[in-house]
Unconditional design. Structure first.
Length: 213
């Protein structure tokens, strides 16, 4: 029994955060639907039909995405989020890593029409939800910009280059995943030590009441 606890401890030591943080924040809670692509990330399906995402795979993909995004100039990373609960996490994430946020409505032509006043030319696009932010995904795909996305269990991820399997709807889950990504990007860049922490708590990433938006 003690050997099992020691093994579990070693595994958690290799993760970006404790399994307890992932679970208490609800990062692993999917939906009742699952796509063929997202099946690989699902640990089990509960009796009530809710699909549960494998915490280790969430952790692994956060690492991969952070390393990938760290290769880009901060000002060339565009982060898109239309969901109300994602607005505060995205703004705080962009503030910390230096990325550019577009929250709320994504205007058509933002990535494809250079004649528009709001046209931008990012090197990579990071979307909070491939379905809710489909306009950004389609435009990025059309002009050959790689897309990173937070993907829940129902997403097909057909135009996504790098998917992070996670609950992308919950208020606490969103705050936690953006906090973890921000911290890991700074670690990858060497802005903080490999085991360094953010001075900003997860609570500052969390959305306020929905009606405030």
């Amino acid at each position: 029994m003690s050997e099992g606890r020691e093994e579990s401890g070693r595994e958690e030591g290799l993760m970006l955060a404790s399994a307890e943080l992932y679970i208490s924040s609800g990062l692993h809670i999917g939906t009742r639907f699952k796509s063929k692509y997202m099946e690989r990330f699902i640990y089990k399906t509960r009796p009530d039909g809710i699909n549960i995402i494998d915490v280790k795979k969430i952790d692994e993909r956060i690492r991969i995405a952070a390393k990938f995004l760290s290769y880009y100039s901060p000002s060339k990373i565009l982060v898109v989020a239309s969901r109300a609960y994602a607005i505060q996490p995205v703004k705080k994430f962009c503030e910390i890593v230096g990325a550019v946020p577009i929250t709320g409505r994504f205007m058509p032509g933002t990535l494809t029409n250079p004649h528009l006043p709001y046209y931008v030319e990012p090197d990579v696009v990071f979307v909070n939800d491939p379905a809710a932010d489909i306009q950004a995904v389609e435009e990025a795909s059309r002009v050959g910009i790689p897309v990173v996305a937070l993907c829940d269990t129902e997403h097909s991820c057909s135009e996504i280059d790098l998917a992070i399997p996670v609950n992308n709807k919950g208020k606490r889950a969103l705050a936690t995943v953006y906090w973890l990504l921000a911290r890991q990007i700074l670690r990858e860049r060497g802005d903080i030590p490999p085991d360094g922490d953010l001075q900003v708590p997860i609570e500052e990433f969390e959305a306020k009441l929905l009606e405030e938006y």
